[in-house]
Design a protein around this ligand. Structure first.
Ligand code: ATP
Ligand code: MG
Length: 428
């Protein structure tokens, strides 16, 4: 196996591996050469976690591959883009990917709907947004593991730089202006010098004006999934790209929210909560302007309020006098939805509630996860039964309520004399 194939297989999750395997098998059956391209290649070669598997293939005639993949993955959702024919795939466990027929697009004027025609892989790669996104690895039997990198994206990956594939890239598709800023923050890369000039002149020429509210909405959804949305919004504003001033939104509150979100394990989507935070305390006039610039219905800004009853219930449970021991706190929080927990963390100013939530994530949750199903089974409880759930709950409670180990005794020698080299005690 090539080193790159080994690297790829050791980088993907179990569900991503299933997607990878089935797409390869479908390509063999259809007699089509297929490549892994885009973000997955960038992330694998750059040492970042792979979040999405984008495949590209050269196909002539009626589409075969997407149908075969749909048959092999009946539990996956698949949706075809009407113009590019790219099929987006969402696996039941959340892994995502796409199947793209290698193509090139020609736009008559900036932002106008592009005309798409099938092309060879290398031509497709040369027309991508950034060089680091224009790398492919062959998954075809005869050339498995072969890297195609016509724009030398690996060198830009190495230098931590975002470089466009060609000078007019931003003018041809102003979406790339937004993608450049988002990607820069995600990877902590610099925008390469010449690319910076192309970007500035595209902004000055008003290229972003063609972006419609629906485009902004799509981008905002993607920004909301990034680690530091507030930084991205601030930079878009500083570059005169954001359709409303950042200071008319609660970007400061968003920065606090992002930090709290990092405490909650897993990578759930918090879109309604993200919107709630962004317009929290914002003047009604600015809310309306924001909603229309980003193609959002006013009701969407209120969506998170539906969590309020759950949030109030959780806050009340956490303050109840009967809740004293760590296991009580764990039992009060663990059934709550992550978005309700996050809402409470963001919204509450009660020390007791915040301390208990903090302890839950810092101590109780990691300690509880040390109790494995195998340990519960060893007590004789049968998996899937109510007794199994009860036994596990009481094992977790016992572990959480264990008194902390006594502090180590000060190091003393015979007759209580200090050990040479032991830290001296400071008398007060
Ligand atoms: P992510 O990890 O967020 O999926 P990504 O770079 O893979 O990052 P996608 O939206 O999945 O982003 O796009 C897949 C690939 O398609 C990109 O890596 C890039 O090669 C190409 N691409 C996406 N959008 C554009 C665009 N506007 N112009 C040119 N190429 C694009
Ligand atoms: Mg991708």
């Amino acid at each position: 196996m090539s080193d790159y194939m080994y690297l790829l297989e050791s980088h993907v999750s179990q569900e991503q591996n299933r997607l990878l395997t089935e797409v390869q098998a479908a390509a063999v059956e259809a007699g089509i050469a297929i490549y892994l391209t885009g973000g997955a290649m960038r992330d694998m070669l750059g040492g970042f976690p792979i979040t999405d598997l984008d495949f590209t293939f050269e196909e002539q005639g009626p589409p075969k591959l997407a149908k075969l993949v749909a048959k092999a993955l009946p539990d996956a959702e698949m949706e075809e883009h009407p113009v590019t024919k790219t099929v987006e795939i969402r696996m039941p466990g959340g892994a995502t990917g796409s199947l793209r027929v290698a193509h090139v697009a020609t736009a008559s004027k900036s932002g106008a709907p592009a005309k798409v025609k099938p092309a060879h892989l290398l031509d497709d790669l040369r027309q991508r947004d950034f060089t680091i996104n224009a790398i492919a690895i062959s998954l075809a039997k005869a050339s498995r593991g072969l890297i195609r990198d016509p724009m030398n994206g690996q060198s830009d990956l190495h230098n931590h730089e975002i470089r466009v594939c060609y000078p007019a890239a931003f003018l041809d598709d102003p979406f790339r202006l937004l993608r450049a800023i988002r990607l820069r923050h995600r990877l902590n890369f610099q925008i390469e010098e010449r690319t910076e000039r192309y970007l500035n002149s595209a902004v000055e020429s008003g290229a972003a004006a063609v972006l419609k509210p629906a485009d902004w909405r799509r981008e905002l959804e993607m920004i909301s999934d990034e680690n530091q949305p507030s930084e991205i919004l601030r930079e878009l504003d500083a570059r005169h790209l954001l359709p409303v001033p950042a200071e008319s939104l609660n970007v400061e509150g968003l920065a606090k929210f992002e930090k709290l979100r990092r405490m909650v394990p897993g990578r759930g989507s918090y879109w309604p909560l993200f919107l709630h935070v962004l317009v929290d305390g914002v003047k009604p006039k600015d809310r309306t302007t924001f909603a229309s610039a980003f193609g959002l219905k006013p009701a969407e800004l209120e969506e998170a309020k539906k969590l309020k009853p759950q949030v109030t219930k959780l806050a009340t449970a956490l303050k109840a006098p009967a809740v004293r021991r760590p296991s009580h706190i764990y039992n009060a929080i663990s059934p709550a939805a992550p978005s309700a927990i996050l809402y409470l963390l963001y919204d509450s100013d009660q020390r007791l509630v915040l301390d208990r939530l903090g302890n839950y994530f810092d101590k109780y949750l990691p300690e509880a996860s040390e109790i494995t199903d195998a340990q519960v089974e060893a007590t004789g409880a049968k998996p899937g039964t109510a007794q199994f759930a009860r036994t596990k709950a009481s094992m977790i409670a016992a572990k959480l309520n264990e008194p902390p180990p006594p502090p180590p005794l000060p190091a003393t020698g015979p007759m209580g004399a200090p050990v040479p080299g032991a830290p001296a005690r400071i008398s007060r």
